[in-house]
Write a protein that binds this ligand. Structure first.
Ligand code: MG
Length: 380
């Protein structure tokens, strides 16, 4: 089989680095033809030397010039560079792992250029799930999940009709405050919130795991990715993070996908799909894991799940508002300006003030995003 030509948007972040490892592990199957990053010159220099992509881009223009001087190869600068990479004639699939709204335009551009996309950036499906999935259908391209939960569901479903699904069961590690009593939530510090029990990830997503907003965002993503309404998307806490998610079918039978927690598994599956190929990953040793446990998430401690359900059910621009308000609140918490519990309050207040637009265009989505950011800043 010939290798898949991959464009990697978000080369130097947590997912980008794991993707580099997968590509290095599978040189016959994965060839990186385009690489982009926001501003990490050192990370990009190293990656470009190792993978020698045809095209390179950096959204920060100054950093683009800096990188250009180092690698002696043209570097596309600014947001346009992301779109140019996403539509490269050589590309088979575009893996989008850039934080924030910057991934939206390149995702749509890739789809319209007939490329499959692999989605790691939550914003793409949370903010624009309806639009992205309908464009993908129109252009007959595949939207492949990179997130471990959605990859698990994707693997369990294997193209079966949504009508055969009773419910999707997303597993959640529960974060570092699973056993912390609600009374102590007021005193939670940033350092405590940044200690994740089972996954090693970026800062924003680590805070989102502590609040369970990450799971809320994943509920909305799953709703669009698998065309299953939010009422059929459930969450169960599973602290070992070995069962990555499950699908319950209408006959009551449940399929699950398991492995030790490592992002290289779902990344590889997205890049080699529909194939499966051997790799040098560590095996999953059940005797060593010993116990797998499951529990109900606490809705009082974590109102994030209820807010996600409301956002997903309301649809339109509400999920974009849910996402943006959370982003503002997390930034303020990281900056030491608000307390942990105020993250939930900020999101709820912003959602309550929003008048959602149904079936929004990209512009309407981006407008709602901007509005929510201003409103959330006001709320805090
Ligand atoms: Mg996840």
């Amino acid at each position: 089989m010939k290798p898949k030509n991959v464009v990697l948007l978000g080369t130097t972040g947590s997912i980008g680095v794991s993707t580099q490892k997968v590509a290095a592990d599978l040189p016959e199957r994965v060839r990186i033809v385009g690489m982009a990053s926001r501003e990490s010159v050192d990370g990009m220099e190293k990656a470009v030397r190792q993978f020698q992509p045809l095209k390179v881009a950096m959204t920060n223009r100054e950093k683009a010039r800096e990188l250009e001087a180092k690698i002696k190869q043209p570097v596309l600068a600014g947001e346009r560079g992301l779109v140019e990479l996403a539509t490269m004639p050589e590309a088979d699939i575009v893996l989008i792992a850039i934080v924030g709204t910057a991934g939206l335009e390149p995702a749509l551009a890739a789809i319209r250029a007939g490329k499959d996309i692999a989605v790691a950036s939550k914003e793409i499906l949370v903010m624009a799930g309806e639009l992205v999935m309908s464009e993908a259908k129109k252009h007959r391209v595949k939207v492949l999940p990179v997130d471990s939960e959605h990859s698990a569901i994707f693997q369990c479903l294997e193209g079966r009709e949504p009508a055969t699904v009773k419910r999707l069961i997303l597993t959640a590690s529960g974060g570092p405050f699973r056993q912390t009593p609600r009374e102590e939530f007021k005193k939670i510090t940033l350092a405590q919130a940044l200690k994740h029990p089972s996954w090693n990830m970026g800062q924003k997503i680590t805070i989102d795991s502590a609040t369970l907003f990450n799971k809320g965002l994943e509920m909305i993503e799953a709703r669009w990715l698998f065309d299953v309404e939010i009422d059929r998307v459930d969450v169960v806490v599973h602290p070992q993070s070995v069962v990555h998610s499950m699908v319950e079918f209408v006959d009551g039978s449940i399929l699950a996908q398991l492995s030790v927690p490592d992002m290289r598994y779902p990344i590889q599956y997205a890049l080699t799909w529909p194939g499966r190929v051997p790799n040098s990953m560590p095996p999953t040793d059940f005797a060593k894991i010993g116990t797998l446990t499951f529990e109900e998430p606490d809705p009082v401690k974590f109102p994030s799940l209820r807010l996600a359900h409301t956002a997903g059910r309301t649809g339109g621009t509400m999920p974009a508002v849910f996402n943006a308000a959370n982003e503002v609140a997390v930034a303020r918490f990281v900056a030491g300006q608000i307390q942990f519990l105020q993250i939930f309050e900020t999101v709820e207040r912003t959602m309550n003030a929003h008048r959602p637009v149904a079936h929004p265009t990209l512009d309407a989505i981006l407008d709602a995003d901007l509005w929510a950011r201003k409103e959330a800043e006001r709320a805090v």
